[in-house]
Ligand binder design. Structure first.
Ligand code: SF4
Ligand code: SF4
Length: 459
C-alpha cells in the first residue's frame, strides 16, 4: 500500500465525519497508541524496534500537525461506543512534541467527549525530558505515565543510551523522583533482553525497593533479523544477540513470580501475573498477546496513517489515513478484522493441543516464526520459556483462584510461602485426604487443594 507523504503541503486537511451507520464489524471499544513524533527519539536504545521506522517517512519532520491532533482526538472519541476512553501517547519519544501539544490534546478531548464520558490519559516516555511543569500537568490531568527503565544502573545502561552513546540511568532515575514528588501515577516498563534477563531478582527488587514502583510491566525483547541483516520489519527466523532467549525468558518470569508470590501479591501489580490469575479463573488474561484473537490495539502515526498494531508499523499493515477515512472505518475494515482473526486461524495444531493453550493462545503473532516439532510453521519463539513458566505457576495459580472463588483474597497465598515455612508442595504431600486443607479454606484437603491433580489450569 502506498505511503502518505507526511509533509505534503497540498495534502487535504479534510476531516472525515463519523459514518451515519457504524459498520457492524466495528468493535465497541478499541485501543490506539498515538505516535505524534513517529519514530523520532532523543535516545538511541540499541534494541529499539521503532527507531528504524523513520525510513518509512523520508523527509518528514515527524511532528503531528495541530489540525490532525484535533481530527484524531475527535475521531477516536466518536469511534468508541463505551463511556470510557483512554488517549494513549507513545513514540519514539512523545515529549519531543513539547508540553503545549498535550495541553491542547486535553482541550480537544474535553471539547469532544460526550456527556458523562470518562476520558483517561496515558503516556509512555523515556523520562529524560520531564521537568516540574510536565509532572504538574500529568498530576492535574491524572495521566498514567509509563517510564522505561530496565533495572539498576549497569543493566539499564547496557542498551539504553542517548544519541552520543552516553548512559541514561541517572536521567531516568531523576524522572522517577520528579514523578513521585508530584504524586503522578507511573508504572515501569522494563524491556527484558539478553543482559538483564539473567538478573531477574536484581531487576525486580530494584523496581520495588529502590525505585518504589508498584506497577511493573516486563516486555521480552525479540528482534528479528531481516534478510538484509536489519530489523526493520517482522520477518526472518534469526534474532539479534540482544534478544532474550526463550529459556532465559522462562527463568526470568519464574524467578520474579516466586518472589512476588512470597511477598508481593496485592502489593505489586504486574499485568502479566494479574492476567494469569484471570485466565486460571476461566476468563481472559486481559492482554492482547494472550487473547485468542486480536486486532483492537492499533497505532496511529504522526501524519494520520493507521497501522494494525504498534508492532506492525510497516507498509503491509497500513490501513489508511484518518485524513481520508474515519478511524472507525479503518478499524472495522476487513483488512484489520482479518489481521485479528489470523492470530487464531494461523495457530499450529501443536499449540491447540498444548496444556497451556487456554492461557497462551500462541502469544503474539510477531513472535511466531519457529516450526513446531511436527514441522508446522507458526510456533512462538518464546514457547519454551512460556511452557516452563505456565507449568511452574500452575499450582499457586490454582490456589489463588480457589481463594478468590471462595470470596477470599488471593494474597492469602503468601501465608503458605512465608520464609521459614514448609513449601506448599511439601505441605500438601504430608496432608491427609480428610485433614483440613493447609491453605486455610476450612474445607477438607480432598475437596480443596487435594483435589487439584488435573491438567494445567484444571481445578
Ligand atoms: S500483533 Fe501482538 S501486540 Fe499486536 S495486537 Fe496482536 S497480539 Fe497484540
Ligand atoms: S506455550 Fe507454546 S505450545 Fe503452548 S500455546 Fe503457548 S506457544 Fe503454543
Amino acid at each position: 500500500m502506498k505511503q502518505q507523504n507526511p509533509d505534503d503541503p497540498t495534502h487535504t486537511p479534510a476531516s472525515p465525519r463519523l459514518p451515519a451507520v457504524v459498520p457492524r464489524s466495528a468493535p465497541p471499544y478499541f485501543h490506539i497508541l498515538a505516535k505524534p513524533t513517529g519514530a523520532a527519539c532523543n535516545l538511541n536504545c540499541a534494541y529499539c524496534f521503532f527507531l528504524s521506522k523513520e525510513e518509512f517517512y523520508p523527509g518528514s519532520r515527524f511532528r503531528m500537525a495541530d489540525d490532525l491532533l484535533e481530527t484524531y482526538i475527535r475521531q477516536y472519541i466518536e469511534a468508541q461506543r463505551t463511556g470510557r476512553v483512554t488517549i494513549a501517547w507513545q513514540g519514539g519519544e512523545p515529549t519531543l512534541m513539547g508540553l503545549d501539544f498535550f495541553v491542547r490534546s486535553v482541550e480537544y478531548a474535553r471539547k469532544y467527549a460526550r456527556p458523562g464520558m470518562q476520558v483517561e490519559y496515558s503516556i509512555q516516555t523515556n523520562g529524560t525530558l520531564l521537568d516540574d511543569d510536565w509532572c504538574a500537568f500529568f498530576h492535574e490531568h491524572r495521566f498514567l505515565v509509563g517510564l522505561s527503565i530496565d533495572g539498576p544502573r549497569p543493566l539499564h545502561d547496557a542498551y539504553r543510551v542517548d544519541k552520543g552513546g552516553r548512559p541514561t540511568f541517572d536521567r531516568v532515575l531523576a524522572a522517577a523522583r520528579l514523578l513521585q514528588k508530584h504524586r503522578v501515577d507511573f508504572n515501569v516498563l522494563a524491556t527484558v533482553h539478553a543482559v538483564n534477563a539473567d538478573h531477574p531478582l536484581d531487576v525486580y527488587r530494584f523496581m520495588r525497593d529502590d525505585l518504589g514502583a508498584r506497577w511493573v510491566q516486563f516486555i521480552p525483547s525479540v528482534e528479528r533479523v531481516n534478510a538484509d541483516g536489519r530489523t526493520l520489519v517482522q520477518a526472518g527466523r534469526a534474532v539479534t544477540e540482544r534478544s532474550v532467549r526463550p529459556e532465559q525468558w522462562g527463568r526470568f518470569l519464574i524467578a520474579v513470580f516466586d518472589e512476588w508470590v512470597q511477598h508481593d501479591v496485592g502489593r505489586m501489580y504486574l499485568p502479566l501475573f494479574e492476567g494469569m490469575l484471570a485466565a486460571w479463573l476461566g476468563g481472559s488474561a486481559g492482554l492482547c498477546i494472550f487473547d485468542e484473537t486480536c486486532g483492537n490495539a492499533l497505532a496511529v502515526e504522526h501524519n494520520g496513517d493507521v497501522y494494525s498494531c504498534d508492532h506492525f508499523v510497516e507498509p503491509d499493515y497500513l490501513l489508511g489515513n484518518i485524513r481520508d477515512q474515519h478511524l472507525i472505518t479503518l478499524v472495522a475494515g476487513e483488512q484489520q478484522r482479518q489481521f485479528g482473526r489470523a492470530k487464531r486461524d494461523s495457530l499450529p495444531p501443536y499449540c491447540r493441543a498444548c496444556p497451556a493453550y487456554f492461557v497462551c493462545h500462541g502469544e503474539c503473532p510477531k513472535n511466531r516464526f519457529l516450526d513446531t516439532p511436527d514441522g508446522d510453521p507458526g510456533l512462538n519463539y518464546l514457547c519454551a520459556g512460556y511452557r516452563a513458566f505456565f507449568a511452574h505457576i500452575d499450582r499457586p495459580m490454582k490456589m489463588m483462584a480457589q481463594l478468590y472463588s471462595a470470596g477470599r483474597s488471593p494474597a492469602e497465598i503468601m501465608r503458605l510461602f512465608l520464609p521459614g515455612t514448609v513449601r506448599p508442595e511439601a505441605l500438601f504431600a504430608t496432608t491427609g485426604r480428610n485433614d483440613p486443607c493447609p491453605c486455610g479454606s476450612g474445607r477438607k484437603f480432598k475437596h480443596c487443594h487435594g483435589a487439584s491433580r488435573g491438567r494445567i489450569g484444571g481445578s
